[in-house]
Ligand binder design. Sequence first.
Ligand SMILES: CC(=O)N[C@H]1[C@@H](OP(=O)(O)OP(=O)(O)OC[C@H]2O[C@@H](n3ccc(=O)[nH]c3=O)[C@H](O)[C@@H]2O)O[C@H](CO)[C@@H](O)[C@@H]1O
Ligand SMILES: C=C(OP(=O)(O)O)C(=O)O
Length: 426
Amino acid sequence: MDVYKIIGGNRLKGTVKVSGAKNSAVALIPASILANSTVTIGGIPEISDAWTLKALLEEIGGEVAFKDGQMEIDPTQMQAIPLPNGNVKKLRASYYLMGAMLGRFKKAVIGLPGGCFLGPRPIDQHIKGFEALGAKVTNEHGAIYLRADELVGAKIYLDVASVGATINIMLAAVRAKGRTVIENAAKEPEIIDVATLLTNMGANIKGAGTSVIRIDGVDELHGTKHTIIPDRIEAATFMIMAAAIGDGVTVDNIIPFHLEAITAKLREMGVKVVEGEESIFIPRSDALQAVDVKTLVYPGFPTDVQQPLSVLMTQAVGASKVTDTIYSARFKHIDELRRMNANARVEGNTAIIQGPTKLHGSKVTATDLRAGAALVLAGLVADGETEIQEIYHIERGYSSLIEKLCSLGANIRRETITVSTSNRVE
Ligand SMILES: CC(=O)N[C@H]1[C@@H](OP(=O)(O)OP(=O)(O)OC[C@H]2O[C@@H](n3ccc(=O)[nH]c3=O)[C@H](O)[C@@H]2O)O[C@H](CO)[C@@H](O)[C@@H]1O
Ligand SMILES: C=C(OP(=O)(O)O)C(=O)O
């Protein structure tokens, strides 16, 4: 079993370059299915989700090269091969194959997706959208079957402003006949990124990034070149790390505007945040103040960042509260932080964290992707050695995390250990 081992206490200093956005990449890669010639996407992060999607595109006949952050996808030989099991279960974003394959082939069979377990992750709004476009959708033994004689544009009001549903409906609607209007659409920057790629492929999309998106279907989409946006969640993770144990860290290759909710919350905690055009500098922080935070859809505070932030809260003076209104059960990291001496508890969809506490190195488990990032931060702050198990969660979403942290001066390494009963964290 591979684990991360961290000796805490080293102050982080220097510049870290943020990679392309995981949550864009996982939608941009499937979007290429819709093209009739090669799509090249630059800045793809070296994460296992990207490699899994590459394998999925190859399973349906795509030719895919992935080197130095550039993915070149030739979709011409792809077919509507059913994918009821296997790789689709390894990530949540495999659900984007539904919209893209439905758009191109008017049919798809995709196993229900995997991804982080954050409590229920329904896809009813995706299905409602596909049905509105004219698809017949059934769930047979855990796989979603989609079929349409033709897709026809429709007006779709999302009951919740879901990122996944907004993108998936866009993917299918760009090849539908006539106009589709998505109302109460999600506004996350990753949606704009996907709409930009589709537009450069020849799609007709207006309003991405607002709550009403209008799509006029076209008969054909062609190949293009696209560069992905920077990962605002990775950037936020480094900003929080810098606030917790930095001695002057520049987080580079970012869009500061995408990080306003994080910047505002860190400033409220007493962190100095100096914004540049494409970077943010965080000097060494002294006294941190407790704050309350509520996760919301963009431009609110992202659910993906509340887990690392809760570690910073263990170092702040007073009682902080994190309420997750998107994923009410996204608190498994709190149990692990308690193993490290954090004074924290969960009540309903809220974690209450009392600080400041000295964290102690311990053996802990990454229960999901951002929980894993939170534990890495806790290990950097704690005294002694922290061992993190189940790191595959972390590597689904953070590109070269060990290398980036080592370049900032952290003492962290990946190690293969022999698993014995006494080694496993129960
Ligand atoms: C709003 C939000 O912070 N979304 C984040 C969430 O997106 P993710 O795509 O997981 O979640 P969505 O944005 O789709 O869903 C938002 C909310 O709507 C609910 N829902 C969603 C779809 C559906 O068909 N029915 C339904 O009820 C979800 O349970 C959730 O409570 O994690 C992704 C991966 O980290 C991030 O890229 C997104 O920014
Ligand atoms: C939960 C996340 O990933 P996924 O939705 O892909 O499981 C995340 O990016 O924080």
